[in-house]
Design a protein around this ligand. Structure first.
Ligand SMILES: Cc1ncc(COP(=O)(O)O)c(C=O)c1O
Length: 389
């Protein structure tokens, strides 16, 4: 395709409409309810167990742990609360720093802030859009010392307690390398796999490489509970503590209300879990559908001068949000302008975290890849398509 940019954009709009129909508005990602969701919701309402005690919450935890291949899943109100509690389990506090990437959704950094800790931003890789192991290693080697099993930031004297890489748009980052580096430097690894249900790296589900991982089931994810999330781990002690903290730290007693620490009302309600149990039954079909869509996009974009972002090596991505890489910011802005004007929802990446007022003063290092991607990456409609297509 050798037309000018406007002609190319029109061809892309036509292609997207050929997938989703000639609607006035095509969203970026909408949920699909085609299974037992209503049946389970009715059961839940009839039982009156609509709040955080009920069979669907337990069933969800069992089913998702089985699917992911992890010993424990702890249901939470959302991915952000799952991150918050994970950071507490890593003993992140006001004397701590947490390494993450600037290219992430704000929830990752908000959760660090809830613990009164400071983020440190390390660059991502262009081919995964996730935390760069080489940038991480270079930062740690040049800026930290390990003392008594603690990684000390030479500049601030604070302990770098945890590292929270994020698997961007469902694409795996090089998480095995990141784990190796974190282990060498005594840093606790929490994977922000909010967007990654159904994504695997070297045949292992994302969120299971670190000591803890989190997943989100927000309405914009592949399967949803409306709002919801979970913490995943194979460590029994973390699992028990996570359940305790997310259920107001209540100590079991037949009738007394005792709480042994400050806990949180973070458990997913049964009503949300009922919806999610219905969704899990369709998860494999949904992932297949999304991978087929990605492959259609990939073929289409080969005929354009835009690059379709493909799953990184050694991985099987859920392609939560399909992304394209444009030549420069001018081309990106024109694409965003014209697609949105035509009712096709497209979005740039989130504003880089180091540019947000609350994180502007955070320590960060050469972010050249994040800045490069920021100017070029656009997400295009990625909802599950008609099953017949
Ligand atoms: C990377 C990332 N981390 C954390 C979250 C937070 O999840 P939730 O919206 O369920 O709180 C999200 C988004 O939804 C996300 O995309």
């Amino acid at each position: 395709m050798k037309e000018n940019n406007s002609d190319q954009i029109l061809a892309i709009i036509d292609f997207i409409k050929s997938i989703y129909g000639n609607n006035n508005f095509i969203p970026l990602h909408q949920p699909k309810f085609i299974g037992n969701e209503k049946k389970y919701l009715n059961e839940c309402i009839d039982s009156t167990f609509v709040s955080s005690v009920g069979k669907f919450v337990d069933e969800f935890e069992k089913k998702i742990a089985e699917y992911i291949g992890v010993k424990y899943a702890i249901a939470t109100t959302n991915g952000t609360s799952a991150l918050h509690v994970s950071l507490i389990l890593a003993e992140v506090d006001s004397n701590s720093e947490v390494i993450t990437q600037p290219f992430t959704f704000v929830a990752t950094c908000n959760a660090i802030n809830y613990c009164n800790a400071k983020p440190i931003f390390i660059d991502v890789e262009k081919d995964t859009m996730g935390l760069s192991p080489s940038a991480l290693k270079s930062f740690l080697v040049n800026n930290t010392v390990v003392n008594n099993q603690k990684c000390i930031n030479k500049k601030t004297g604070k302990v770098i307690k945890a590292c929270v890489p994020m698997h961007t748009y469902g694409h795996p980052c090089r998480i095995d390398k990141i784990k190796e580096i974190c282990d060498e430097h005594c840093i606790f690894l929490i994977e922000d796999a909010a967007e990654s249900i159904g994504s695997f790296y070297k045949n292992q589900h994302l969120g299971t490489f670190g000591q803890l991982g989190i997943i989100s089931f927000n309405g914009n994810k592949i399967i949803t509970s409306g709002g919801g999330g979970c913490i995943i781990t194979s460590n029994e002690s973390f699992a028990k503590k996570a359940k305790h903290l997310t259920t107001t730290a209540k100590v079991f007693h037949k009738w007394e209300y005792n709480h042994d620490t400050v806990g949180y009302n973070y458990r997913m309600p049964n009503l949300n879990a009922a919806l999610l149990v219905g969704q899990i039954e369709k998860l494999n079909d949904f992932i297949l559908n999304k991978r087929n869509l990605a492959s259609k996009y990939e073929t289409f974009f080969k005929g354009t001068e835009y690059e379709f972002f493909k799953e990184p090596k050694n991985s099987k991505s859920n392609y939560w949000l399909n992304s394209i890489i444009l030549k420069n910011k001018t081309q990106r802005d024109q694409f965003l302008e014209e697609t949105n004007l035509n009712g096709i929802m497209t979005r740039p990446i989130w504003t880089l975290m180091n540019k947000l007022p609350m994180f502007r003063k955070a320590q960060y290092h050469d972010l050249k890849n994040s800045v490069w991607l920021d100017k070029r990456v656009v997400n295009i409609p990625s909802s599950i398509t008609d099953f017949k297509s």
